[in-house]
Design a protein around this ligand. Sequence first.
Ligand code: SIN
Ligand code: FE
Length: 310
Amino acid sequence: MPNLPWILVEDYKSPGGWVRPEQHNARARAYCELLESGQILFFRELPLQLPPDDRTFLLAQEWSELRLHKNVSYRPSEDLLRGVSGDGRTIGRLHSILRNYSSQVVEFLAKFLQPYAGRWVLDFASFRPIEEDGRDLPLHKRNDLLHVDAFPSRPTRGGRILRVFTNLNPSKPRVWHTTENFASLARKYAEAAGLRQIAEDDSFIGRTVQNLGSKLGFRGMGRTRYDMFMLRFHDYLKENSDFQANCPKVRLEFPPLSTWIVFTDSVAHAVMSGQYAIEQTLLIPPQALVAPQSAPYRILEGIAGQALVS
Ligand code: SIN
Ligand code: FE
C-alpha cells in the first residue's frame, strides 16, 4: 500500500513574492516527482478562478433533459464541445465555461508544475453532471470499478496521463476508491493480463505502422506495445471480479470545491459517488518526466525484460 494516498498542498501560492525563482522551480519539481511516484495532490480550495456565476449555471441546468452522452467533453485544440446537444444558448455558455476552465488550468499548471510547461499535449476537458452512484454503463465504461486509464483513440507512447479534477458539488463529496500502487498491480497482474503475448508478438510492428495517422494520436504517431498493454490492463482489471471484490481499498472523499491532481495511468481509481465534476487531461511526454523510472512503461519494461515503447 502506498504510504499516504494523497498530499495536501497548502503552499502553492508564492507568499509575497519572496520565494526566489530557483526555490520555486525546486518546489515545482518536487510536486512533479510526488505525482509521478503515484501521489494525489489535493487542494482544499480552488487553485484557479472559476466564477461563482459559472458554477451556479453548471449546477442549475436540467442536464438529464439535454441529450447527454457519458460526459460532456471539450477539445481545446479544436475548440470543440462534444457529448451534449440542445438549446443553443445553454450549449454556448457551457462551451465558454469549459474553454475558460481549460485555459485557467493550463495557466496554473505552467507555474505549479513548471517542468512540464509547454511540453505537454493538451488533451480533453470534461464536465460530469451525472450522479456516479448507480450509473448503468457497459462493463468497460464503468468508472465504479478500479482501473488505470488508457485511451483507445489517443496512444501516449510511454507518455503519462495527468488529470486535474474539481468537485463542483456544493454539498456532497466526490468519493473515490484507490488501491495498491502501479508497481504492485503490475507485479501481480501484468502477466495474467497478457504482457508477455504483447511483448513477444512479432506481427506487432506491422500493425503499428498501419495505425499511423494524425487522428490516432500523440504527435500523430501510432500505438506502441505499451499502449496495447495499457488498454488490455484497463479492461483486465475491470473484468477481474475477484480483484474488484478483494483487493485492499482506500476510500478518498474529495469535499465540495476541492481540486486534486493525479496521474490516472498509474493510480488505480474508481469513482463510487458524486455529481458535478470538471476535469482537464494533459499528456506528459516521456522526455518531460522528472522521475521516468516511476513511469508505468518503465515498470512494465522491467517486468517484460524488453522495450515496449519504440
Ligand atoms: C475516471 O475514472 O477516470 C473518472 C473519475 C471521476 O469522474 O471522478
Ligand atoms: Fe479513469
